[in-house]
Design a protein. Structure first.
Length: 241
């Protein structure tokens, strides 16, 4: 095998890696998360390996093109089609459920594994960040002001995503869970659409307007009202005299 052939195999492998990475990136949106998890690396490696194998089969077949770069491009992006192909569809007569039979089953196993792992990793990383941002935030204020600003600043949100967020807020409104727990769940729902950074910026700009009144502040306010009422009563008595 000469150096030109080695370069061709490497290019095909890299094209396969790119195909797998782009698919995972469209699903999870975080490149560092993809490369830091085992299923993500396996998924990308399989795509690259399939592209290299297809290139080997292509150049040793009658379908080989005279132009080398065309062979590389065909083989390089072939994993996108091959790994998602089905030989036939099996339909269960009892349940009516259809199951594709082919290599797509294998790749779906890795995608499901990746889904579970990414969800766990992302949830663990975001929980501490969202909890810090939403600490002390009044849910009633956040459910109107924060949601409104987040939706208005995210121009690419679809109507479906906006509707789902609105419905989730309504569910939280009716929920009997504590106010702080509602705030945390709301922050998670918003950050999933906007990212943690925008959520943090929104709280930073709104400042103390979002914060709950502490028990001490409420007690002090009650004491002030009581003193004011007492002074008014005393003033009325003096006027009657």
């Amino acid at each position: 095998m000469n150096s030109s052939e080695i370069i061709s195999y490497v290019l095909c492998f890299l094209f396969g890696l790119l195909t797998g990475t782009s698919e995972l990136l469209s699903r999870y949106r975080k490149l560092n998360l993809i490369f830091n998890t085992t299923p993500g690396l396996w998924y990308i490696f399989i795509n690259g390996s399939v592209s290299a194998l297809v290139y080997y089969a292509l150049i040793h077949s009658s379908l080989k093109n005279d132009k080398q770069y065309i062979n590389i491009l065909i083989a390089g992006f072939s994993s996108l089609a091959i790994l998602r192909s089905s030989f036939f569809i099996y339909k269960n007569k009892e349940t009516g459920q259809s199951t594709p039979i082919g290599l797509s089953i294998v790749i779906q196993v890795f995608l499901d594994w990746a889904d579970r792992t990414f969800d766990q990793e992302q949830s663990t990383n975001e929980l501490s960040e969202v909890a810090k941002i939403m600490d002390g935030v009044d849910y009633g204020k956040a459910s109107t002001e924060v949601v409104s600003i987040a939706v208005n600043f995210m121009d690419n949100l679809s109507d479906v995503e906006k509707q789902k967020l609105s419905e989730y807020v309504k569910e939280l409104d009716k929920s009997p869970i504590p106010n702080q727990t509602k705030s945390l769940n709301l922050g998670k729902a918003i950050s999933k659409l906007t990212g943690v950074d925008l959520l943090s910026k929104i709280k930073e700009n709104l400042g103390s307007r979002l914060l709950e009144k502490s028990g001490l502040e409420t007690e002090q306010a009650g004491q002030i009202l009581e003193n004011a009422n007492s002074n008014i009563q005393q003033l009325l008595k003096n006027l009657q005299k």
